[in-house]
Design a protein around this ligand. Structure first.
Ligand SMILES: C[S@@+](CC[C@H](N)C(=O)[O-])C[C@H]1O[C@@H](n2cnc3c(N)ncnc32)[C@H](O)[C@@H]1O
Length: 428
């Protein structure tokens, strides 16, 4: 395993999700932990012939869409049903008629809202909703959401596109701030709301933006599948030439927490309990009920063992902080889950497959967790060759926090081929 020089590393906004915001469909919705399209495109550009690309941690389907735009087949899975819906809409093919129907439906929505001939949906049960939207904006959003239900049929392309635009508007009209690692709220001084603002015009502009992106159909195929990356072969079929992905980082970020405004407004979540349950199924989830479950969680006997991990877990658990034990459990479970993922991945890899895991290291109470080295160790122990950790960028001003591309190469030896066929249930 090699690690390349870090001396020249810089913080690079073009290597973060910020690069995606103005880029057609890639800019439709923002997810802070989405990775930069630029990183993905560089990896996809390196594939000469059409390949099958797998992303086991879809998020906003950046990889699948990018692969499809370059004429490859992009297949991706995620455990979050909202992200699966979003990824499907983002990678779909749209006919001119679909876009015309979306434009017409937007006109109907705005006219229903303006005339007051609409039944507003109830405000979603988001905790302290008044922190998100001033009362008049909340009323507007409830009317638009109700009007979308009236003006479109279920599961039609025009409805999907209007809902994506709605998600854009609900964030741009909110007090949410994105100047932290995860979503927070603007300071009171920053919360100046123009009462004269034409809210309908904001939504119309978002619909236009989404339709412009939808016009740019990919030439390749993208599929987005609900599935657990700890068992890829249950979700996808066939073998893949490339894995390009960015798994959850070991940094306690909750994707459900980040996505909750969209998920509540679109009916993917109904209460905080469900949010916690969903987060518990995600790798690295620690929100709500997931936190209390971690307290009682015990490491299984069958687990990934490595001296670097043991030292880090010891340092975190014995730190003079009352949360040390639970954080050590969090980290241990994160690596057990990633180990299950890597073990489950090899049966779906083609001979000479290349894998790229874009991941950052972490610190807990000053204990450095070299996530990239542990990924590399897992890949090596499964038989991947030429395993490398390439440093990509500094993640913030702390010099030790770095994002890496962990690379590995897979050879399907005759023995492995036989084992994979047997696992797939076929006769050799
Ligand atoms: C860092 S994000 C991926 C961001 C993505 N690269 C993008 O550009 O938007 C990690 C994703 O892994 C998903 N995830 C977490 N646990 C999972 C699991 N067990 N199976 C599948 N997906 C999972 C999360 O829902 C989240 O969307």
């Amino acid at each position: 395993m090699t690690i390349n020089a870090r001396a020249e590393l810089r913080q690079r906004a073009d290597y973060t999700h910020k690069f995606n915001t103005k880029t057609g469909r890639h800019g439709w919705l923002r997810l802070t932990p989405a990775y930069s399209l630029k990183v993905v495109e560089e990896l996809i550009d390196a594939c000469r012939d059409p390949v099958r690309v797998l992303d086991p941690f879809s998020g906003t389907a950046t990889t699948a869409l990018s692969a499809a735009y370059h004429g490859h087949e992009g297949v991706t899975t995620d455990i979050n049903p909202f992200l699966v819906w979003f990824g499907k809409v983002k990678t779909a093919q749209y006919l001119p008629n679909d876009l015309k129907r979306a434009t017409d439906a937007c006109t109907r929505v705005l006219s229903l809202v303006k005339s007051g001939r609409v039944v507003p949906v109830p405000a979603p049960p988001i905790h302290k909703i008044e922190r998100w939207w001033p009362a008049h904006v909340l009323d507007f959003l409830r009317c638009v959401r109700g009007a979308i239900d009236t003006a479109t049929d279920h599961a039609t392309p025009e409805r999907d596109l209007l809902l994506i635009a709605f998600c854009r508007s609900l964030i741009s009209l909110s007090n949410a701030a994105f100047n932290h690692q995860s979503m927070s709220f603007k300071d009171v001084e920053q919360q100046s709301f123009d009462l004269e603002m034409d809210l309908g015009a904001v939504y119309a502009a978002d619909v236009l933006f989404v339709i412009e992106g939808a016009r740019q159909n990919p030439t390749g195929r993208g599929s987005v599948i609900l599935g657990d990356s700890r068992s890829p072969k249950d979700a996808v079929s066939g073998h893949f030439d490339r894995v390009i992905t960015s798994p959850p980082y070991a940094n306690r970020m909750s994707y459900i927490r980040e996505l909750r405004p969209y998920m509540y407004w679109l009916g993917f979540l109904e209460n905080g309990r469900d949010a916690g349950e969903l987060d518990w199924t995600a790798i690295g989830g620690t929100w709500g009920v997931a936190t209390s479950r971690l307290t009682e969680w015990e490491r299984p006997a069958e687990r990934f063992r490595h001296p670097v991990l043991d030292t880090a877990l010891d340092g975190i658990a014995h730190h003079e902080n009352k949360s040390g034990r639970i954080l050590a459990n969090y980290v241990a479970k994160y690596f057990d889950d990633m180990w299950a993922h890597f073990q489950g991945l090899t049966p779906v890899l083609a001979d000479r497959a290349e894998v790229h895991y874009i991941v950052g290291n972490s610190t807990f109470y000053g204990v450095l967790l070299p996530v990239e080295q542990l990924y590399a160790a897992m890949l090596s122990s499964l038989g991947f060759t030429d395993v490398t950790c390439r440093a990509i960028r500094k993640r913030n001003s702390k010099k030790e926090l770095i994002e890496f591309d962990v690379i590995g190469h897979w050879r399907a030896t005759p023995k492995r081929k036989r084992r994979n066929i047997a696992r797939a249930g076929a006769t050799v």
